[in-house]
Design a protein around this ligand. Structure first.
Ligand code: NAD
Length: 345
């Protein structure tokens, strides 16, 4: 395929642990696809903390503010540094209110075939705001722990409108709104009611249903094919997105996009996998699939589809799989197999 005419400015965060290995693989694959990005290589995570004293240096924030687009490796938040999660800070800084987590079957022969679920998680509100504290009783300073979440009507409306527009654009047929409004009647009740109001405007085009989160979790492992698009709150989305990753081969196959008002940041759902870092064993598929989402985002759908197809062919037809998928290929061997497929396409 002919290279893109114009290179698109984007920020690159190689990340911690397995980050540099899987990001290197992604750069090589994007190169083979003729996908041209004008990368601004910046730092974040533990590596950045060790070098600059801040896991999210100002130069990195400035870069993302300028490019409004980033491909990000997994970041470890330095323990005991007093810094909040870098990932949460990035979401707040760039108002990345939509967390898009698709799960699609690329590894065939598992428990489920043809899983194709898009989960949209509200990314900035709910229990993730982390307003919590201890209440002392008698001589126990941590006798009671109290935590508060909040959802705003505006935030609920924004994520619901984004989800329905995205579902339409992707030709999806059904949105399932997932909540716990039977118990958390106010916090998730507002989410459900507002999402239902928005859904009303799309009634003619998209089927809508709602499910309580515990039932949804069970239904996902009983019959995932009943789900198309899931719209849910921050905490439930965090948990359910790992569950749907488990339906399609695990974290090594799960990409994510954080999309917002000021920027879009694409990443693998998994962390820095310190247990296998530096060994050349990591599965780069999740970050490759995140790169495909980034290509979709910049209007390069055809290249994105080519990449997704090459991943499926390599895993399925060529039988080249990394250890987490039961194979014995190294990160490099797997990456080279993808590049070979792309060159033949
Ligand atoms: P993890 O996702 O790093 O690892 C969990 C397990 O999955 C490990 O056994 C690991 O080897 C395996 N695994 C993960 N990705 C893999 C891949 N691509 N190929 C093969 N195996 C893979 O979770 P963890 O160990 O709980 O967290 C490690 C660090 O990552 C922590 O500091 C955590 O805060 C951070 N983290 C960052 C992000 C992010 O940046 N988005 C997400 C989750 C965790």
């Amino acid at each position: 395929m002919r290279p893109m005419e114009r290179a698109i400015p984007a920020t690159l965060l190689r990340g911690d642990g397995i980050g540099p290995e899987i990001m290197e693989a992604s750069l090589d694959v994007l190169d083979a696809l003729g996908a041209r990005f004008d990368w601004d290589d910046q730092q974040a995570g533990t590596g950045a903390y060790e070098r600059t004293g801040d896991p999210l240096p100002q130069a990195t924030l400035d870069s993302i503010r300028k490019t409004r687009l980033a491909l990000k490796g997994p970041l470890a938040t330095p323990v005991g540094s007093g810094f909040r999660s870098v990932n949460v800070r990035l979401r707040e800084e760039f108002k990345l209110f939509a967390n898009l987590r698709p799960a699609h079957t690329y590894v065939h022969g598992g428990r489920f075939e043809n899983v194709d679920i898009i989960l949209v998680r509200e990314n900035t509100e709910g229990f993730y705001v982390g307003f919590e504290h201890y209440i002392p009783v008698g001589d126990d300073p941590r006798a009671v722990a109290e935590g508060t979440g909040f959802n705003t009507r505006e935030g609920c409306r924004r994520i619901a409108e984004w989800t329905f527009e995205y579902a339409l654009e992707q030709g999806r047929k059904k949105v399932t709104i997932v909540h716990k409004a039977n118990i958390l009647k106010v916090l998730t009740g507002l989410f459900l009611d507002t999402a239902m109001e928005v859904a009303e405007r799309y009634r003619d085009q998209i089927e809508v249903e709602d499910k309580i989160v515990d039932n949804c979790a069970m239904q996902l492992v009983l019959n995932p094919s009943q789900f198309d698009v899931i719209l849910t709150t921050n905490l439930f989305g965090d948990i359910l997105s790992d569950e749907i990753a488990g339906l399609v081969g695990g974290l090594g196959m799960a990409p994510g996009g954080n999309i917002g008002v000021d920027a879009a940041i694409f990443e693998a759902v998994h962390g820095s996998a310190p247990d296998i870092a530096g060994k050349g064993l990591a599965n780069p598929s999740a970050v490759l699939l995140a790169a495909a989402m980034m290509l979709d985002h910049v209007g390069e759908q055809q290249r994105a589809d080519l990449l997704r197809d090459a991943i499926e062919r390599v895993i399925d037809d060529d039988g080249v799989r990394t250890g987490d998928l039961g194979g014995s290929a190294s990160t490099r061997q797997y990456t080279d197999a993808i590049i070979k497929r792309l060159r033949e396409a």
